[in-house]
Design a protein around this ligand. Structure first.
Ligand code: GLY
Length: 331
């Protein structure tokens, strides 16, 4: 790779590289180096959060394997999770808010930096597909609530009840034992976020969730917020988040991870540094999970979480596997 392209990857001029090297030696071993950058052909590659990412990756891989774009792949991939009624954190069957409403958040971003999002969307099974249309067919980035639903219906989406019988029963049980003032640290949600690099080397990402279980009516987490739950810079890489959205929003987590990768930090270390930032900015993270997942332009990936138990699914030419991430605390 030409030196000027490597510097562009780092977001630095040659002068600043020299300064950065002399100021920050102890972290250089974990940085992308000129030698390896550009010599690795890890594409196509797809990564997504949690075990349900395995199934989503399969759908996304089919798209990419047939020559489809990373954008099509991430949309079709996470739609599998959205449409699974057994999944209680994404799409239909998602855990409702305290008042029994299933409200969905999603966002999508392509290799050109275009992005779209929906928040507080009711009765539409595939919010990621609506987010994509917000990106492609409107002059806006985000639509919320009734306006987002009206737009979805105009675009041909059908309204349907997303509260499944088992989610309704679980909510009825929750109401018997919980105060209406339940705090945000119920770790019963596991957003799906996905990043993919297609055969052309282009990256896109998607994130979708029903959000924090039994949240306050109207609450929106990080998942529809570009820069918080998801960020893609095709020259550097992408990052996405899962966990307690309020904590991710406060540090604009995914953008932070991408900017750290721009400085040359490897995906896992960039995710670790973002988790450290969250820990340092909160008086306590007791019982609060956040995990970041990152994929750089080389196709290298990694994740890091506050607590043990976060994993991600990675699909390459060699297959689809679940990888446990490092963490700071045991539960
Ligand atoms: N990360 C999903 C949420 O907080 O809603």
């Amino acid at each position: 790779m030409l030196r000027r392209n490597f510097l562009k990857f780092l977001g630095l001029s040659s002068g600043s590289v020299l300064m950065s090297t002399s100021c920050n030696n102890k972290l250089d071993a974990k940085k992308n180096t000129l030698d390896e950058f550009g010599t690795i052909d890890n594409k196509p590659v797809i990564v997504s959060t949690w075990k349900h990412g395995l199934e989503a990756n399969e759908a996304a891989w089919t798209v990419i394997d047939q020559g489809g774009s990373a954008l099509d792949a991430v949309e079709k991939g996470v739609m599998v999770t959205e449409s699974d009624p057994k999944n209680t954190s994404v799409g239909i069957g998602g855990t409702p808010d305290r008042d029994g409403n299933v409200t969905l958040d999603a966002c999508i971003m392509n290799h050109e930096g275009d992005c779209g999002a929906v928040a507080f969307l009711k009765e539409i099974e595939n919010p990621i597909a609506v987010a994509r249309l917000v990106m492609e067919k409107t002059p806006h980035v985000m639509l919320v609530g009734k306006g987002a639903q009206e737009f979805a219906v105009q675009q041909g989406f059908k309204r349907k009840n997303l509260l499944t019988e088992s989610s309704r029963k679980a909510w009825e049980e929750w109401k018997k034992v919980e105060e209406y003032t339940t705090p945000i640290n119920i770790e019963n949600h596991d957003t799906i976020s996905m990043l993919a690099i297609d055969k052309d080397g282009n990256m896109s990402g998607a994130c979708t969730t029903s959000g924090l279980g039994y949240k306050m009516h109207g609450r929106v987490g990080d998942s529809p917020i570009i820069g918080a739950s998801l960020f893609v810079d095709n020259e550097v890489g992408g990052a996405c988040a899962t966990g307690v959205g309020e904590m991710v929003i406060r540090v604009v987590g995914s953008h932070l991870v991408v900017e750290l990768m721009r400085q040359g930090y490897k995906p896992e270390l960039a995710c670790k540094m973002a988790v450290e930032r969250i820990i340092s900015k909160h008086k306590s993270v007791k019982g609060m999970q956040v995990g970041f997942l990152a994929l750089n332009k080389n196709g290298e990936s990694g994740g890091y979480a506050i607590y043990e138990g976060f994993n991600f699914a990675k699909h390459t030419k060699s297959g689809n596997e679940l990888i446990d991430t490092p963490f700071f605390h045991k539960w």
